[in-house]
Write a protein that binds this ligand. Structure first.
Ligand SMILES: Cc1cc2nc3c(=O)[nH]c(=O)nc-3n(C[C@H](O)[C@H](O)[C@H](O)COP(=O)(O)O)c2cc1C
Length: 219
């Protein structure tokens, strides 16, 4: 039994990556971690050429190999981040390229699926877009449409890029001010790390454990 973990976060060793690794480790099963930025993944061209062969016949990039890996895995955890309040485009392109696994056979049906999402907007900021929830929904609906067993989702509070750009305190469009108010500064907001968010840390472990038990029940 193998659980595949796929991270769409472009930052190496990001909060998203580390949370995914915690979840994978908690499964106690064989796992593989994939970082999407290391691959070339073009969005689906909707040619429907994959219907007969369950394989992309239009785009010669890493999307074909990644779809094969997903097909061979027994369960899938997708981790992403939320630029402009939605699922990041690399993860979205990756999902689109899983379309060949659908036709006639439904290769993903019944497989346990989990989601990990990092966003910079705290859940308490109700006036701002619910970025994590929107990304979770996008992935959850993919899993639902493929007949997968959606096991759960974990939200992590990440960092607005303005924390480290060097102009976070004075930029007219500072995300720090947008999220935390005009008085907020780089220093007052600070850096969010996954490991310090104990609820998220435990939720990531729990997701891994639930994935393993869903998989054992299935087999
Ligand atoms: C171009 C860009 C736009 C972003 N827009 C949003 C946003 O609208 N909402 C949000 O919650 N986070 C936004 N973020 C912040 C990311 O979600 C945040 O950097 C996240 O912590 C990255 O995850 P990582 O640290 O695991 O890589 C944005 C980041 C980038 C680079």
């Amino acid at each position: 039994m193998k659980i595949l973990g796929v991270s769409g976060s472009p930052i190496y060793n990001s909060n998203t990556d580390r949370a995914l690794k915690v979840a994978l480790e908690a499964t106690g099963l064989e796992t593989e971690f994939l970082k999407l930025r290391e691959y070339t993944i073009t969005p689906c061209r909707a040619c429907i050429g994959c219907v007969e062969t369950n394989r992309c016949v239009n785009i010669q990039d890493d999307g074909i190999m990644l779809a094969e890996k997903v097909k061979e895995a027994d369960a899938l955890i997708i981790a992403c981040y939320t630029p402009y309040s939605s699922l990041d485009s690399l993860t979205k392109a990756f999902l689109e390229r899983l379309y060949p696994l659908r036709h006639k056979h439904g290769f993903m049906a019944g497989k346990p699926g989990g989601v990990i999402v990092t966003g910079a907007i705290p859940d308490t900021k109700k006036a701002l877009p619910p970025a994590c929830d929107m990304a979770i929904q996008a992935i959850m609906f993919y899993m639902m449409e493929e007949g997968m067993n959606f096991v759960g989702a974990v939200k992590i509070l990440g960092n607005v890029p303005c924390i480290k750009c060097g102009y976070g305190n004075e930029c007219k469009t500072s995300g720090i001010k947008m999220i935390y108010g005009n008085e907020a500064t780089v220093q007052s907001v600070g850096v969010n790390t996954f490991e310090e968010q104990l609820d998220a840390f435990h939720a990531a472990r729990e997701l891994g454990e639930k994935m393993a038990s869903a998989l054992k029940k299935k087999i």
